[in-house]
Unconditional design. Structure first.
Length: 163
């Protein structure tokens, strides 16, 4: 199923570690963009769902697109929500997008038989079956939980101390 929320779990850890230097919004947008191809392929009834966008080259292309549109869209959304976004840089947008697309294809490469990560250089599937799909989901959910705990800790630590 495209647009799986499991991919957001590792994003929570990246946000907790990166703080204000990582955009969870751009990361999430890159997840949606990269899964547009499988969504269209599902609608037309294709047997192969993961094509060019789910290769390392495709992740680079989609990440570049996501980084380019992520900054202005995110700034607009944050402005409309009246959330200050001082220091939202192009570097942050592109790094967040690339982390999103590359982590996405690496996670999907473990579980999808039709994903050829190294195409067009190789048709091999080096990550397929590395761990079970169940454990992959547990890992992603665990990352989400860890990310939330770390984000909460960061928030508590940054609050002014009251005596």
């Amino acid at each position: 199923m495209p647009f799986t929320p499991f991919h957001l779990g590792p994003g929570a850890v990246f946000k907790a570690v990166g703080g204000d230097r990582f955009s969870f919004m751009v990361f999430g947008g890159s997840q949606v963009l990269i899964d547009l191809e499988p969504a269209v392929r599902m609608m037309i009834g294709s047997v192969i769902l993961h094509g060019f966008t789910h290769t390392l080259i495709g992740a680079l292309v989609i990440g570049t697109l996501a980084g380019a549109i992520g900054k202005p869209i995110s700034e607009r959304v944050l402005y409309e929500m009246k959330v200050p976004c001082h220091g939202f840089t192009w570097t942050m947008s592109f790094v967040s997008a690339y982390i999103g697309t590359f982590s996405h294809v690496l996670l999907d490469a473990v579980m999808h038989w039709d994903l050829m990560l190294l195409y067009p250089f190789s048709l091999s599937k080096p990550l397929l079956g590395l761990i079970s799909v169940d454990w992959l989901h547990v890992l992603c959910i665990g990352c989400g939980g860890l990310g939330l705990i770390l984000l909460f800790g960061r928030w508590v630590w940054s609050c002014p101390r009251r005596i």
